[in-house]
Design a protein around this ligand. Structure first.
Ligand code: GDP
Ligand code: MG
Length: 439
């Protein structure tokens, strides 16, 4: 579907304003993308309406097509809906930060407790303690203790006979006494939300007054995730969400639904079975995943912030008319560097890999540095008129730039290739499209 979305906006011609038809055509695809990503249909409807209003009549930025512009608005709104900024896990002002891990059976509570604890120790230098308060399945305590051994991290347990609320209280006492920074309480889950579970969790909440009640949700459960999140939030009052199993082929629509239903931030994303398969949740990345646009969105973002549009236009004109100079080349390299490595950029352009000649144009950063040095060692005339180049000039340039004649020759060859490639692209595009210089 990402491809369909892509082709819909490829077909929109460059115009000054985003029109009703542009928006309609794009939003039809966006709606499908969202539904396909398992976003709740009510959320989709509301979302589509609000974006339509915002996108229609917008000025189209010079570097974007109307279709891209609509996608940009869509992804911005999606990002906002998912909280905008990355949300941090709670931190108590004093004493250990108490985190209650709650959720249905199999959602990933036990695994995620260990993952987040490990993440905080590794990245934030915190000392966590974990508590085994799921007493209904003996295997659950073993599981947490195994993870604790694996991480060399302490686990508090009173066995399967103790009362979970008691376990929570005693583990908190230990955490305070021994000055741990975080206490992760791994609680029991059920297959469905039920009263006795909620009752136990509520009593535990009252007993330890947690700073964070982290709901762990399996992202593969799609629509069900919404109901689960809603119940836990109403009955317990959650403060954050971790979405697990995002390494599967789910498009992550649950993220959008859960956030919009509970209005509680998603803080972490679980991306695999391994202990370090956890990362802070990034709304904008999830937006592009839900839309199925791959990295197209970040390319749009980069293109609009980093490339000076007018310079790009001028350069394009020169390339088409074949009077590309080394000064232009140098300038373009600067822009390429601003946008990230050449390879990054190429990998973000759908279909770019297939384009002929592009392979030779790829450079890594150290190559760019070398090329810059070479061009800077050329005289003004040489830069403007590459045809002047001869053996003695090359030798002088190599010496001046601390490179070799081979390096200089390679650059001259690349330069010629690039001109050829531009010529190729120009003849391919002739009559088809005007205006946009696309990297
Ligand atoms: P709990 O019942 O909520 O405590 O869930 P567990 O922590 O026992 O996890 C249930 C299963 O899901 C285990 O097999 C975990 O390895 C697996 N799991 C948890 N998080 C992830 C994840 O992010 N990705 C994948 N692929 N598996 C996960
Ligand atoms: Mg468990």
């Amino acid at each position: 579907l990402g491809e369909r979305l892509q082709s819909t906006f490829d077909h929109m011609k460059s115009r000054g304003k985003v029109t009703d038809e542009d928006v309609k055509a794009m939003m039809r695809e966006v709606r499908l993308a969202l539904l396909e990503a398992d976003v709740n249909y009510k959320v989709v409807k509301q979302f589509v309406n609000s974006v339509k209003d915002r996108a229609t009549g917008q000025e189209v930025m010079k570097s974007l097509t109307p279709g891209q512009q609509v996608v940009k608005v869509v992804s911005e709104e999606l990002t906002q809906l998912m909280g905008g900024e990355q949300a941090e896990i709670a931190k108590a002002a004093k004493g250990p930060t108490v985190v209650m891990m709650v959720g249905l059976q199999g959602a990933g509570k036990t695994t995620t407790s260990a993952k987040i604890a490990n993440y905080l120790r590794k990245n934030k230098n915190r000392q966590p303690l974990m508590a085994a308060a799921d007493v209904y399945r003996p295997a659950a305590i073993d599981q947490l203790e195994t993870l604790g051994r694996q991480l060399n991290m302490p686990v508090f347990s009173l066995g399967t006979e103790a009362d979970p609320v008691d376990i929570a209280k005693q583990s908190l006492a230990k955490a305070k006494e021994e000055h741990y920074d975080y206490l992760f309480i791994d609680t029991a889950g059920r297959l469905h939300v039920d009263d006795s579970l909620m009752d136990e969790l509520q009593r535990m909440k009252e007993a330890v007054n947690p700073d964070e009640i982290m709901l762990v949700v399996d992202s593969m459960t799609g629509q069900d995730a919404v109901n689960v999140a809603e119940s836990f939030n109403e009955q317990l009052g959650i403060t954050g969400v971790t979405l697990t199993k995002l390494d599967g082929d789910t498009r992550g629509g649950a993220a959008l639904s859960v956030k919009s239903v509970t209005d509680k931030p998603i803080k972490f994303a679980g991306t695999g079975e391994k202990i370090d398969a956890i990362e802070p949740f990034h709304p904008e990345r999830m937006a592009s995943r839900i839309l199925g646009m791959g990295d197209m969105l970040s390319l749009i973002e980069k293109a609009q912030t980093d490339v000076d549009e007018d310079k790009a236009k001028e350069l394009e004109k020169k390339m088409r008319s074949q009077d590309l100079t080394f000064d232009d080349f140098l300038e373009q390299l600067g822009q390429v560097r601003n946008m990230g490595s050449m390879e990054d950029i190429m990998s973000m352009i759908p279909g770019a890999g297939k384009m002929k000649g592009l392979k030779n144009a790829q450079m890594d950063d150290s190559q760019i540095t070398r090329v810059e040095a070479i061009v800077r060692s050329m005289t003004r005339e040489e830069r403007q008129q590459p045809s002047l180049m001869n053996a003695s000039r090359k030798r002088r340039i190599a010496k001046g730039s601390g490179t070799t004649i081979q390096d200089v020759n390679r650059l001259l060859k690349q330069f010629e290739d690039m001109k050829k490639m531009m010529k190729q692209m120009t003849s391919q595009q002739k009559g088809k499209k005007k205006g946009n210089f696309s990297m």
